[in-house]
Design a protein. Structure first.
Length: 401
C-alpha cells in the first residue's frame, strides 16, 4: 500500500551528489544547540515509512524496494524483533554477572537490519562493536558475540566465512581497513562492495577522515554507514559537527545522504543504492542513518546523567519495530498468528542464548598478561604477582566465613 503524504521528503544529498542542504545549524554553545535540536527534531531525510506506519512515495528510492513482497516485509520484521530480543537477553546476562560488558543496539534495529539485508553474500562488512543486527544478517551466531563480551573468545567466527570482520573496539579504525580492502578488490576486478559501520562519535576520528580521503582519491567501492544515534557516550552530535554529518562527504568529493534510521525500508533502499554505485565503479558514499540510542552507550554507562526522559520518549514514539508492525497490520500483510509465532520464536532464542552463555567457561583472568610483550617483562611479572595475590584474597575471605 502506497499513499502520498506531505510528510514525505525529497532525499537530500551533499553537493558532491545532488544539490541540497538540510539539518540543524548549531551555534557554538551546546545549550543553544540542544534547544535548537529540540525545536527541530525531524530534519529532512529519506523516508519511506512514517512513524505511524504509512508508506510514502519517494521518486528516487522507491525503485530499490519495488520488488519487496509481504514475505520480505515479514522477514525484516522478524529480523528486528529477534535482534532486539537477543540484545535484551545480553543486557540481562551482563547485569547478572555473566558478561563483562554489553553494548546495546536498542533503537537502532532498522538501520542495521535494513542495511544488512541490502548486502550481497560477496560484499564485505567491517563493523564496530554494536552491529549485532548486521551480524545476524550475515549469519553469525549470537552466542559467538556473547563469548567475546564474556572474554572466552576473540570473536568466535571466521570473518571470511561470513564476509563479516571481527568486531573493532578501537574507534574508527575499521574504516581504514574497509577502505584498504575495497581498494584491493577493485584492483582484483571484483564487482563486490564493502561497507564500514561507525557512529557519530567516530566521525570525529582522524582515521575516518583519512579513510574518506583515500577512498575518494582511489574511487574505492566502499559505503561508509554512519549510525548517528545522537550521542557519543555523553557527547551530543552538535559537539561533533557544525553541519549534518552526511554533508562531510562533500568536502572529500563524494555523495552523502541522510536516511531515517528508524525506517527499515528507507535504510534498505538507500544502502542498496549506495552499494550499487560502489559496484558500478562510482566510488564511495556516506550514508548517515539518523536514529537514536534508546539505551545506554554500554552497560557501564548511565544515560540519565546527561539526557532527559523527554528526548528518549520522543524517540520511542518513532520505534522502528512498532513502525513496521503498524504498516504490516494496515496492509493486511501479517495476522495475529504470525505475531504469536514470532513471540514464541523470540522466547526460544532468548532461552537458547541464556543457556549457551551460562554453559561457557569463566574467562582466564590471567590471560591479560600473556601478550603484552613478546619475550616477557619484569614489570608485567610483578603486576601478575600482585593480581594473583588480589585474586587469592577473595578465596581467603570466603574460607574465613
Amino acid at each position: 500500500m502506497t499513499v502520498d503524504s506531505s510528510a514525505a521528503r525529497k532525499p537530500r544529498r551533499s553537493a558532491a551528489g545532488k544539490a541540497g542542504t538540510t539539518g540543524t545549524k548549531t551555534g557554538t554553545r551546546s545549550t543553544a544547540g540542544r534547544a535548537m535540536r529540540a525545536k527541530n527534531t525531524e530534519p529532512e531525510l529519506v523516508q519511506l515509512l512514517t512513524p505511524e506506519g504509512k508508506r510514502v512515495k519517494n521518486a528516487e528510492y522507491d525503485a530499490y524496494v519495488a520488488g519487496i513482497t509481504p514475505e520480505d516485509l515479514r522477514g525484516l520484521y522478524r529480523d528486528m524483533v529477534l535482534t532486539r530480543r537477543f540484545d535484551a537477553e545480553a543486557t540481562a546476562l551482563q547485569r547478572q554477572g555473566e558478561l563483562g560488558l554489553w553494548a546495546s543496539l536498542l533503537g537502532q534495529e532498522a538501520a542495521q537490519i535494513g542495511s544488512g539485508r541490502a548486502l550481497r553474500d560477496d560484499d564485505y562488512v567491517f563493523p564496530t562493536y554494536r552491529e549485532h543486527g548486521v551480524a545476524w544478517c550475515r549469519g553469525v551466531d549470537p552466542t559467538n558475540l556473547l563469548g567475546m563480551f564474556r572474554g572466552v573468545n576473540n570473536g568466535g567466527w571466521d570473518p571470511n566465512g561470513n564476509n563479516f570482520h571481527l568486531y573493532t573496539i578501537v574507534i574508527g579504525s575499521q574504516t581504514l581497513h574497509a577502505t584498504g580492502y575495497a581498494m584491493g578488490i577493485a584492483k582484483d576486478g571484483a564487482d563486490s562492495a564493502v561497507i564500514a559501520y561507525f557512529g557519530d562519535g567516530a566521525s570525529s576520528q582522524g582515521d575516518v577522515a583519512e579513510s574518506f580521503t583515500f577512498s575518494a582519491v582511489y574511487n574505492a567501492p566502499v559505503v561508509f554507514f554512519c549510525q548517528n544515534n545522537q550521542w557519543a557516550i555523553s557527547e551530543p552530535t552538535e559537539k561533533q559537527s557544525r553541519v549534518p554529518l552526511y554533508q562531510r562527504a562533500q568536502g572529500f568529493g563524494f555523495p552523502g545522504v541522510r536516511v531515517d534510521g528508524n525506517d527499515v525500508l528507507a535504510c534498505l533502499a538507500v544502502t542498496k543504492w549506495a552499494l550499487e554505485r560502489a559496484r558500478e565503479g562510482e566510488g564511495p558514499t556516506l550514508v548517515e542513518a539518523y536514529t537514536y540510542r534508546m539505551g545506554a552507550h554500554t552497560t557501564s554507562d548511565d544515560p540519565s546523567r546527561y539526557r532527559g526522559d523527554e528526548e528518549r520518549l520522543a524517540w520511542e514514539a518513532k520505534d522502528p519495530i512498532l513502525r513496521l508492525r503498524r504498516y504490516l497490520e494496515a496492509a493486511n500483510h501479517a495476522d495475529e498468528g504470525f505475531f504469536a509465532e514470532l513471540e514464541a520464536e523470540s522466547e526460544a532464542l532468548g532461552k537458547r542464548v541464556r543457556e549457551a552463555v551460562r554453559a561457557m567457561p569463566d574467562p582466564d583472568h590471567f590471560a591479560i598478561f600473556e601478550n603484552v610483550y613478546a619475550d616477557g617483562h619484569a614489570l608485567v611479572d610483578e603486576e601478575r604477582a600482585q593480581f594473583a595475590a588480589y585474586q587469592a584474597s577473595f578465596a581467603d575471605a570466603e574460607g574465613g566465613h
